[in-house]
Design a protein around this ligand. Structure first.
Ligand code: IMP
Length: 192
């Protein structure tokens, strides 16, 4: 029997990535699917903290088992920036094009371009919180390439590939991505 769980997001890209990974085993509901239109503020200064805030909020206010993710892009030459502030790097309007532009400006002329994406997933089930995570190492390109994916995908090239995430199809990205790896750990636990 297919079981239901909420993924605390309305990001259509993330939902389709997750639904593709979960297959038929779990029915993944979005925040909109459960009628949650609340603005859940991410006030923690760690990825773990923000993921826990979102997963707990849904469990406490809507009663559903829920998982939530938070992702950061850590660039070594920038001391780990934008990190937990990746979504708000160029300001509070969560504008991916502006975030990427600012990142490329800061990286202009910088030789060391190593970076990693890290995703943390918090699962709120019953009264328990469990944490899963995934990381992918790569580098920041000089210019954007590709039009798939979302966020910083056009400027991030994983070590395993000569293409940016935005130049890969969904399955190829999921197979090696931070969220793909964190989700695989989550799914392994949910399906055990
Ligand atoms: P959040 O986890 O949705 O808050 O994401 C934080 C920031 O990282 C946002 O700017 C996202 O666009 C970006 N981001 C999250 N996941 C990915 C990804 O898989 N590829 C590129 N950017 C991402």
């Amino acid at each position: 029997m297919t079981k239901e769980i909420v993924f605390a997001t309305n990001n259509s890209h993330k939902l389709s990535e997750l639904r593709r990974i979960a297959g038929d085993s779990w029915h993944i509901l979005s925040l909109a699917d459960i009628g949650c239109h609340d603005d859940i503020e991410e006030t923690a200064d760690t990825l773990e903290g923000n993921a826990i805030i979102k997963a707990r909020y849904v469990k406490e206010h809507y009663g559903y088992d829920c998982f939530a993710d938070d992702t950061g892009l850590m660039v070594d030459a920038l001391g780990g920036e934008p990190g937990v502030y990746s979504a708000r790097y160029a300001g509070n309007n969560h504008d991916s094009a502006a975030n990427m532009k600012l990142l490329l400006e800061k990286m202009k002329g910088v030789k060391n371009r190593t970076a990693r994406f890290r995703t943390v997933i918090a699962l709120a089930q019953g009264s328990d919180i469990k944490i899963f995570e995934g990381t992918v190492e790569g580098e920041i390109t000089e210019t954007p390439a590709g039009c798939g994916g979302f966020g910083y995908d056009p400027v991030f090239r994983p070590l395993e590939s000569d293409r940016t995430f935005a130049e890969m199809d969904g399955d190829a990205k999921n197979a090696i991505s931070h969220r793909g790896r964190a989700t695989a750990a989550l799914m392994k636990y949910l399906l055990a």
